[in-house]
Design a protein around this ligand. Structure first.
Ligand code: SF4
Ligand SMILES: [Zn+2]
Length: 261
């Protein structure tokens, strides 16, 4: 686990690295930040370097070593829900999460269509990352899917980063937390204040916590997190392993999915 400058978490933890999606622009140029970061690993791990989904089992022990509660970004260097990720790897990681109730594990995906519908540990939050390029059909599929996760995931959230399209509307009822951010780098972009004003207003009305990242340059500091039940975090339900391997998944029609880049 590594300390991170990502504002909404304390550490990143990468037991799985890699992703088969390789998000790219219309010219085929891969824009995935994790992909380019992984290119630095050439000397250490060939699969990391090639961004092939794989598990680093030696990292499964890491959360146990931190006793102080922390917010941990799960798989910042890949995609936990990628279709090439072996379900048995996911099960092993869910076990670690379940064991480490002192921590909150935050998973952010661009492939929500692959999220197995199972009961997740209550200290695992699952979010979808959207940057503004979707059509109405995919938006509806996406909402329907998160509705299916309502009783399965303790905190469902959406990360609007970079927030490039103020068309997002009516989505709040599917989520317990909202993150909004701008774009850094040479195409730097901060969402106009009026766009964020609207999200602030909606979150206030619906009583949803909102985290506005610094790169929005918004004049009001809003760094809210969902409230969780301490000491056990609702985890009184069962003591058993998490089974995904043989789970029949209820997936929306893949053709209706068009999330990102
Ligand atoms: S889904 Fe995420 S990890 Fe995979 S290529 Fe796209 S941005 Fe990178
Ligand atoms: Zn590796």
């Amino acid at each position: 686990m590594n300390p991170t400058k990502i504002e909404w978490c304390d550490y990143t933890w990468n037991p799985i690295v890699g992703c088969s999606k390789k998000c790219h622009d219309e010219n085929g140029k891969i824009w995935c930040y994790a992909y380019w970061q992984a290119k630095r690993m050439k000397q250490k791990c060939n699969k990391c370097y090639n961004f092939i989904p794989h598990i680093h089992r030696e990292r499964l022990i890491e959360p146990y070593k931190k006793k102080k509660p922390a917010k941990i970004f799960l798989c910042s260097m890949g995609e936990f829900f990628d279709k090439k990720v072996d379900p048995s790897w996911q099960e092993d990681i869910l076990e670690v999460i379940y064991d480490n109730k002192q921590h909150t594990f935050i998973s952010l995906t661009k492939q929500p269509q692959n999220i197995p519908i199972i009961d997740y540990p209550k200290n695992m939050w699952i979010g979808v990352s959207l940057n503004g390029k979707y059509d109405d059909i995919s938006f509806n599929s996406w909402c329907r899917f998160f509705d299916d996760l309502k009783d399965k995931v303790s905190i469902r959230f959406v990360s609007l980063e970079p927030y490039l399209n103020k068309k997002y509307d009516g989505f709040l009822r599917y989520f317990d937390w909202v993150i909004v951010g701008g774009l850094t780098g040479h195409k730097k972009f901060s969402p106009p204040k009026e766009w964020i004003d609207e999200i602030v207003k909606s979150c206030d009305i619906n009583k949803k916590p909102l985290f506005i990242k610094d790169n929005c340059n918004y004049p009001i500091v809003k760094r809210q997190f969902p409230k969780v039940i301490k000491n056990g975090q609702n985890n009184s339900i069962r003591e058993r392993r998490f089974f995904i391997t043989n789970k029949k998944m209820d997936k929306p029609d893949q053709k209706t999915w068009n999330i990102g880049p």
